[in-house]
Design a protein around this ligand. Structure first.
Ligand code: KIV
Ligand code: ZN
Length: 512
């Protein structure tokens, strides 16, 4: 059996399904470039048939990425599969990932199909897909809760039709490690043609065991592909986290004995990019990429680490990219240095005009903040993207007054479809007053379900990054804004969330 473990990243598909995490085409492309730099083997770029926006994102990624296989999800029907193939046409290496639910519960209640109908649809879909692409992955959705006898019949049939990867999802995060590992092993032992496919694990984190289950699927079950997302992003409690899987397999090579291609030095940058783009903040104690992951606070630990690092450290911070968090640019940096840094970060500007506009903003920021970090540049580029795409709402300026014992008051000037308007309000605090000032004009009626502030690079001198999550008419969106002034960052985040609410992007849910 091969000792190579394939890393299949689904941040841009399963991760993006998390309510509020939806991304624009350009944001997805930027993350895809970072994933390529990380050297992940397969990038699941989206679900081409779910919306025109996702089709375009998959297409753009397929055309841009050269070193990783680019994959699109599709339901098990000819239309979805054709759409996936069309979006992937420009890829150097492409994969179609088709799925249909196989658990009794899903077949009866969701699909309203008999097991025989599901079996036939799976078989015909893989046959159809195989005529369009040489690399076909099949997933029996809710596979872990499916009847093993039936599942074996389905998997044998799709392998016979040419499926090259068999992925067994624990769709609802119900598995426990030993049982999941045994489940994969049993399937591999019982499916007669199992050796014709690579076996893959796909675990959700509802009980906090996605990484442990995936590792058991590899160790006990013999799977050789893990599906995962940066920061464990994903619906509900998320997916298996890429950084944890990769570092577990690398750090415990003595136990797993497997090779992974991933260039771990780009992990922290990827984590920050995903968190900044989606507004899903990484908890400080998150393994590998949390701010505290390598911080030793207790005296005993500090003393030990100073004497010999391996007393308390099993991984080196610099191996996952922590040391890359250095000051990159400042007030005196020129346009070429800025352009170079954008290239290093995988950010492509569509035109010289866009580059000039971003550089002007960079200079403005450098006037207010002496040290500019990669994260600052990424935040700035996100704002530039929004401006370039003529979003409905755009921030112009803000004035607010707050004083102990007085009710704060704010005036916010912003654009609505290019026209400047002015909103004014008081509130419980300066942030509240500013957001109410915007609402006094917009009257979105949206409910705020989350507000969070984070320092982009750790000190009070850094930019504040604000995430605002709004909910309206069943849609949930996240807006992110950054500025050295957190009240301004809050107003920007609020306007960004309103822009996302405004865009009518309806999409078909993969597990819908
Ligand atoms: O969790 C799941 O079942 C999925 C499939 C669509 C692969 O994401
Ligand atoms: Zn999933």
């Amino acid at each position: 059996m091969s000792d190579a473990l394939i890393i299949f990243d689904t941040t841009l598909r399963d991760g993006e399904q998390s309510p509020g995490a939806s991304m624009t085409r350009d944001e997805k492309l930027r993350i895809a470039r970072q994933l390529e730099r990380l050297r992940v083997d397969v990038i699941e770029a989206g679900f081409a048939a779910s919306s025109n926006g996702d089709f375009e994102a998959v297409q753009a990624i397929a055309n841009a990425i050269k070193d990783s296989t680019v994959c699109s999800l599709s339901r098990a029907n000819d239309r979805d599969i054709s759409r996936a193939a069309e979006a992937l046409a420009g890829a150097s290496r492409s994969r179609i990932h088709t799925f249909i639910a196989t658990s009794a519960l899903h077949m009866e209640k969701k699909l309203r199909m008999t097991p025989e109908q599901v079996l036939e649809q799976a078989r015909l879909s893989v046959r159809f897909a195989r005529n369009l692409c040489g690399d076909i992955e099949f997933s029996p959705e809710d596979g872990y809760r499916s009847d093993p006898d039936f599942l074996c019949r389905v998997l044998e049939a799709v392998i016979a039709e040419g499926a090259t990867t068999i992925n067994v999802p624990d769709t609802v995060g119900y598995a426990v490690p030993e049982l999941y590992g045994n489940f994969i092993r049993t399937l591999r032992e019982r499916v007669p043609n199992s050796d014709k496919a690579v076996w893959s694990v796909h675990c959700h984190n509802d009980l906090g065991m996605a990484v442990a289950n995936s590792l058991a699927g590899v160790k006990i079950g013999g799977a050789r592909q893990v599906e995962c997302t940066i920061n464990g992003l994903g619906e509900r409690a998320g997916n298996c986290s890429l950084e944890e899987i990769v570092m577990a397999v690398k750090t415990r090579k003595d136990y797993f004995g497997l090779q992974v291609n991933v260039d771990t030095q780009h992990i922290v940058a990827a984590s920050r990019m995903v968190s900044q783009t989606t507004g899903f903040v990484v908890q400080p104690n998150k393994a590998v990429v949390g701010a505290n992951a390598f911080a030793h606070a207790s005296g005993i630990h500090q003393d030990g680490v100073l004497k010999a690092r391996d007393t308390y450290e099993i991984m080196r911070a610099e191996d996952v990219g922590w040391s890359a968090n250095k000051i990159v640019l400042g007030k005196l940096s020129g346009r070429n240095a800025f352009k170079q840094r954008l290239q290093d970060l995988g950010v492509a500007m569509d035109s010289e005009t866009e580059l000039n506009a971003a550089f002007a903003r960079f200079k403005e920021l450098a006037d207010r903040k002496s040290e500019i970090f990669d994260e600052d540049i990424l935040a700035l580029v996100s704002e530039e993207d929004a401006a370039a795409h003529h979003e409905q709402y755009g921030f112009v300026s803000l004035a607010q007054h707050s004083e102990t014992g007085e009710r704060p008051h704010a005036v916010v000037v912003f654009t609505v479809a290019g026209k400047e308007v002015r909103g004014e309000s008081d509130g419980n605090g300066p942030v509240d007053a500013s957001l109410k000032a915007i609402e006094s004009h917009v009257r979105s009626g949206a409910e705020m379900v989350l507000y969070s502030v984070n320092a982009i690079s750790g000190s009070t001198e850094s930019q504040g990054e604000v995430t605002v999550r709004l909910q309206n008419a069943g849609r949930v969106v996240n807006g992110v804004g950054a500025d050295p002034d957190i009240v301004v960052a809050s107003a920007k985040a609020y306007l960004s969330a309103l822009n996302k609410l405004q865009s009518k992007a309806e999409r078909v849910a993969a597990q819908g």
